[in-house]
Design a protein around this ligand. Structure first.
Ligand SMILES: O=C(O)C(=O)C[C@]1(C(=O)O)C=C[C@@H](O)C=C1
Length: 102
């Protein structure tokens, strides 16, 4: 485990798991693109959460319930159709982020 006082030098191959500098460069560049995409995905999730909150608040203020299960089935199906079984898990996580646990 490394600590703040650790003075070990880590090479680019150490950091990436690659066995050559060339592979390490490819990996480092691709990781930068992934980090940028992840930031965008997180931003989109936050935007989805805000819009979902508007819907839930409107429904609750009108006397309805926070959750609408038939709509959740549509959302789960949309992700499953696009991404397969793990898509369903992803959609369930998104729904939990947007409306909390049920
Ligand atoms: O579409 C709705 O009615 C919403 O409330 C949004 C949303 C969602 O985040 O997709 C959240 C809670 C509901 O149970 C269903 C879907």
């Amino acid at each position: 485990m490394s600590t703040a006082a650790d003075t070990t030098t880590h090479t680019s191959t150490d950091r990436t798991g690659a066995r050559t500098e060339e592979a390490a460069d490819v990996i480092a560049g691709a990781r930068e693109r992934i980090d940028t995409l992840d930031d965008r995905i997180i931003g989109l999730v936050q935007e989805r959460m805000a819009i979902s909150a508007v819907i839930q608040e409107a429904r609750i203020a009108s006397g309805g319930r926070r959750v609408n299960l038939s709509r959740e089935m549509d959302v789960l199906g949309h992700y499953r159709d696009a991404l397969g079984k793990p898509g369903t898990s992803l959609a369930m996580t998104l729904l939990e982020l947007c409306r909390g646990r049920i």
